[in-house]
Design a protein. Structure first.
Lengths: 230, 230
DNA sequence: TCCCGTCGTTGCGCGCGAGCAATCTCGCTC
DNA sequence: GAGCGAGATTGCTCGCGCGCAACGACGGGA
């Protein structure tokens, strides 16, 4: 088994402030998983016996309800911890994680979590912070769904994705992973039809350039006016 | 200053598994706050310098957005920890906590949090679990807002409140604190008008009995059929 | 290179639920 | 006990955005 190098996880907030020895110890318990585009890291309601850290790529987490309704919970970026069902007291994964591009992750068995927080208490504190940030985001989303109209929500989602995964191009800020109209609809609580109409209208106004699973923000401030969160 | 008795916090999940000495130490850092109906424990965007544990009563947490839209984030029950902005890395409170009945809480300065998690690591672990549960709930709410119609959402909210704060009466299960149509609307992402119409229709069918800020569930299974989460 | 599947676009009609307004009633306050 | 204000009810209308359907187009794979 090949040795993993500490530089792999030095950028991850969960392990911030730990020394090389600690990182080495942590890595010695991990394995790597390759996920090709479309592969699942875990499936909703499956027993949550492992947790992950994304090294490279991008994952989409979706959640289904009994009637077949589905939402996109979030997109996972490199250095994000995910699938921590056990740490938060859930026996099963609350959603399904799908690679939207070829990705690479580290994976630990659940038993490692207890050991890690015991040996390195800062890990629990950092996990608490990151979970808190996710709770804030999710509450913000509830507020948006309850009080904003569809166009405002789509604008907000596009801006937030551009901030999270934007890459500067000559046309503007490209959201740097494949994102379908359906994904955006499930992120904003609407239908792909309405998203498609909205993006077409924005494109006519020169606010964005969009293509098949690609969106480039050309006029960020213009979108912010639409989003109306000033 | 009068001594606080450990039995006060023995039922709180955050402090589960700690011995009498530990509880005593924790209590020695706390003060009590009385909140009359309508009083605020903290206000949104105010500096988050204290955290609380509810001993008795009920609080409503609301969150506002820039346009004046408002949602009810949650209702706080006795033994719930709340206002833990600092633990999750937020400098300010993300919402406003209002007492809906006369209430009593313990309060600690933020500095106590660091000491507590250092001295009693299980506190961080328990906090992580409770935060995880709240994240699950909030994500569920996003799913509901995105995929269910208004009547289903109201039914779900009423059932969940009855489960959280229900008291058996001769008429059925009474939600045991003042809950206005407006509250229920802000909890389900609709308007008080629609909530009022819906409750009237349910009352005509014998599913609930409702009055001024009071709702009694008469036919729980009937509401579950409407909620449709089977 | 062709083919096929996935993804995107757009038109049309309808229904849910918002918005507005007027009235009613309960219950707290002095 | 009287008065007042917050909360609840209900009718009416209108529009946003969903649902359906049909077509179009891009791009990956053999």
């Amino acid at each position: 088994m090949s040795r993993l190098h500490p530089s792999l996880i030095i950028g991850a907030p969960v392990f911030a402030g730990l020394d090389a020895g600690a990182l080495d110890d942590i890595l010695s318990r991990a394995q790597t998983v390759r996920l090709s585009k479309g592969d699942l890291a875990f499936r909703q309601d499956q027993r949550a016996d492992r947790f992950f850290l994304l090294l490279h790529g991008r994952l989409r987490v979706t959640r289904l309800n009994a009637e077949g309704g589905q939402v996109v919970v979030r997109f996972i970026a490199p250095n994000d911890l995910f699938g921590v069902g056990m740490a938060i007291g859930a026996a099963t994964y609350p959603g399904t994680a799908t690679a939207v591009v070829d990705s690479l992750a580290l994976v630990w068995p659940n038993s490692a979590w207890t050991d890690l927080v015991a040996a390195y208490p800062s890990v629990a504190v950092e996990a608490l912070q990151s979970l808190g940030a996710r709770l804030q985001d999710t509450q913000e989303r509830v507020l948006d769904l309850s009080t904003l109209n569809v166009e405002q929500r789509i604008a907000g989602a596009v801006l937030s994705l551009a901030a999270q995964a934007g890459r500067a191009t000559e046309d503007g800020t490209l959201i740097d992973f494949p994102l379908s109209r359906q994904d955006l609809a499930e992120l904003t609580g609407t239908t792909l039809h309405t998203v498609s109409r909205t993006l077409s209208a924005w494109e006519a106004k020169g606010l964005v350039v969009s293509g098949r699973r690609r969106i480039t923000v050309r006029d960020g401030p213009g979108l912010e006016v639409i989003a109306g969160k000033n």
